[in-house]
Ligand binder design. Structure first.
Ligand code: SF4
Length: 196
């Protein structure tokens, strides 16, 4: 069994990629190629680096004060086996699992792929669908374009919680002298355009 995952970035603690503080993993590579993708550097399989599943799990376990993990990208379902290995281990902890996929939930279910189904079974929150630049989402938190949906695949969260009905947000952090911005694509673009 392949025990490596190709990642573009990891942020051990962010509040911009799902409920509460989250360990966020950006997988590298995406075949969907949405026009206006906010992470173009994570589309090519040629970029990024392979890391072991064990090291990712270890990083998650030693990161304190997190509510869960978020897997985004890149396309998580393009690395099903690796994401499944991570999520099945995380599922044994108290941490929640949120995944952002450019594929719709319906398309993923239609695959009739046992690994994709097991991956879906691990997920508490799924944001699905491609990013459509002409349909920017103005309100719903953690969602980039209005065609995308938040699916509550377990009873860990409820759509009635205020956090799912508040405005989108952008997170700005300084790390080793570098300015890092992540979160809502339209907000990030608007913010960065002020400094060009
Ligand atoms: S699915 Fe996501 S990562 Fe892939 S191209 Fe679309 S926006 Fe970018």
């Amino acid at each position: 069994m392949n025990n490596l995952i190709k990642i573009g970035q990891v942020i051990p603690s962010t509040r911009a990629e799902g409920p509460g503080n989250r360990f966020a993993i950006w997988v590298q590579g995406c075949p969907i190629l949405c026009k206006g993708c906010c992470n173009p550097e994570m589309l090519s399989d040629a970029n990024g680096e392979f890391v072991s599943i064990d090291s990712i799990i270890e990083m998650i376990k030693i990161t304190g004060d997190i509510e869960g993990i978020s897997i985004l990208g890149g396309e998580p379902f393009a690395q099903i086996e690796a994401c499944l290995q991570i999520c099945e281990q995380i599922k044994e902890t108290e941490l929640s699992i949120m995944v952002f996929s450019g594929y719709t939930l319906g398309a993923l279910k239609k695959r009739n792929n046992p690994e994709a189904d097991r991956f879906l079974d691990c997920i508490d929150l799924l944001v699905d669908g491609p990013y459509i630049a002409g349909q920017p989402e103005q309100q719903r938190r953690w969602i980039g374009s209005s065609n995308q949906q938040m699916h509550f695949l377990s009873d860990r969260y409820s759509p009635m919680e205020p956090q799912f009905n508040s405005a989108n947000s952008v997170e700005i952090r300084f790390n080793d002298g570098e300015l890092l911005v992540n979160g809502w694509p339209q907000g990030v673009k608007a913010l960065l355009s002020k400094y060009k």
